[in-house]
Write a protein that binds this ligand. Structure first.
Ligand SMILES: Nc1ncnc2c1ncn2[C@@H]1O[C@H](COP(=O)(O)OP(=O)(O)O)[C@@H](O)[C@H]1O
Ligand SMILES: N[C@@H](CC(=O)OP(=O)(O)O)C(=O)O
Length: 453
């Protein structure tokens, strides 16, 4: 049995949905189909999920949202029209959206969650209706009915372990199951969404639950490329990756597959195959437990913006027991989560997502650290990019860091920070946002174009 997930780009128009139908029916093992909300039809388009969030926010502020509401309905309407579906399904979607928007707003977060998740929910209903219209034995199944229980953490839900046993029951259902991605239900029966792009997570949870043979993730590219195709033109395709490599690359900025979506499939030992809805014959990229190491030290280079660093320096920091703990306690008191902590003898740098720290909080943090820890210097640097070089082969290869540093130096890129060694399969460089492209291109050139043996 296969679980197949189609992303928003694969479902953005009727023409795309017809491709999805062909893919599903071309293999009888494709029994569970997870769908996202309609995504972008072109680069200037807006995803239905983004329209729904704006619409919900306007309702909460009592502002006129009729235009956005119409745009949302029109997205579904144009898909249904291309698929020759009757108006019944659009009437149902309109009624559902209006009833959610006019529903209880006493808990603002829950209200937004329910509206946001309706993008996937209504799309699953529409796609199930189309599959049935084509004569297929297909059914929409709700995450509530299937028992997909999640933590009550809006926009960042985590699956509850008891879900897996319940989801196994889906194996018994006849025909094709069309399942909305991106959300589950908390223990009190309310909708809670995963983090953005979380339909990948639903697919992985279902693959684990039903113990699928494979989890196929259909998107709009032929493969996971060695580098973001928006930074390097026509980059090398990756045929095979390990779970660990993909996890690091997704975390590092490969938005093609959600970084939280690996764990459920990994735990059940289910391979993931990233494939292209627009070219399903292409083999895509397989994510597996072990792979033949034929790619040299680096398999992929990811980069992500929006980081800042808190640099703290104090003479003899290495001798002061509890310094690190007290520093992290201050960050905890400010409600901040951190990503990495490279350190030296007298210095420590904490890397964080900068959207957590506005300029007002920044002043307070610097003051607290300076006064409480008697630090010699405390500095916050913003607008950093983290570049991750990833590859299982790094363990056996000597000189990867030297090659990377040399390539960056030749491209006149100043390295703000290096973190190597904590992970066996990755190496991280911090650079300024303004040199991201130049830095990634130089590293790609070094490890994939100027191939060294
Ligand atoms: N290394 C990479 N390999 C392939 N695609 C990548 C990579 N890094 C970023 N992307 C981007 O990810 C996109 C696919 O992800 P996404 O838009 O979320 O798809 P979907 O709509 O299927 O969920 C690609 O179109 C590409 O622009
Ligand atoms: N529609 C949701 C969930 C999702 O997975 O979408 P996509 O498959 O288009 O990345 C979002 O935009 O976050």
């Amino acid at each position: 049995m296969k679980v197949v997930k189609f992303g928003g780009s694969s479902l953005a128009s009727g023409e795309q949905v017809k491709k999805v139908f062909k893919i599903v029916t071309s293999d009888p093992e494709r029994k569970i189909v997870v769908v996202s909300a309609p995504g972008k039809r072109n680069s200037s388009d807006i995803k239905v999920t983004d329209l729904l969030i704006s619409c919900a926010e306007k309702y909460l502020k009592n502002e006129d949202a009729s235009d956005i509401c119409e745009t949302i309905i029109e997205r579904y309407h144009s898909i249904a029209e291309e698929l020759n579906l009757s108006n019944d399904i659009i009437q149902k979607i309109t009624d559902d959206l209006l009833s959610l928007l006019n529903g209880d707003k006493s808990n603002r977060a829950s209200f937004i969650e329910a509206v946001k998740a309706s993008g996937e929910d209504n799309n699953a209903k529409l796609i199930a209706a189309f599959f049935k219209h084509q004569g297929l034995d297909a059914h929409y199944v709700s995450p509530k009915e299937a028992g997909l229980l999640v933590s009550n953490d809006p926009g960042n839900a985590q699956v509850l372990p008891e879900s897996y046993e319940r989801l196994y029951e889906l194996r018994k259902k006849s025909g094709i199951i069309v399942f909305p991605g991106f959300f589950g239900y908390n223990e009190t029966g309310e909708v809670v969404t995963f983090s953005r792009s979380g339909s990948d997570i639903t697919g992985s949870i279902l693959a684990n639950g039903v113990k699928a043979d494979i989890y196929e993730n259909f998107t709009d590219v032929d493969a996971v490329y060695a580098v973001n195709p928006n930074i390097v033109n026509h980059p090398k395709e990756i045929r095979e990756l390990t779970y660990r490599e993909m996890r690091e690359l997704s975390y590092g900025g490969f938005s093609v597959f959600h970084d939280e979506a690996l764990i459920p499939a990994f735990r059940a030992g289910i391979p993931v195959n990233v494939k292209n809805t627009n070219n399903p014959e292409a083999p895509g990229t397989k994510i597996v437990n072990d792979r033949e190491n034929t790619n040299g030290p680096v398999v992929g280079i990811a980069s992500d913006e929006g980081f800042c660093s808190i640099y703290v320096s104090k003479y003899l920091m290495n001798r002061e027991i509890g310094f690190g703990r007290r520093l992290l306690l201050i960050l905890e008191e400010f409600g901040l989560s951190y990503e990495h902590i490279p350190s030296g003898i007298d210095d420590i740098t904490v890397i964080l997502r900068q959207n957590q720290i506005d300029e007002n909080i920044e002043k307070h943090i610097v003051k607290r650290i300076t006064e409480d820890l008697h630090a010699d210097e405390v500095k916050i640097e913003r607008n950093l990019v983290l570049i991750m070089l990833v590859g299982e082969g790094m363990r056996q290869n000597i000189g990867t860091a030297a090659r990377a540093s040399k390539a960056l130096a030749e491209a006149k890129v100043n390295i703000e920070m290096i973190n190597q060694g904590s992970s066996e399969v990755s190496m991280m460089f911090g650079v300024k946002e303004s040199v991201e492209k130049k830095a990634v291109q130089a590293l790609y050139e070094e490890f994939f174009v100027r191939v060294m043996v």
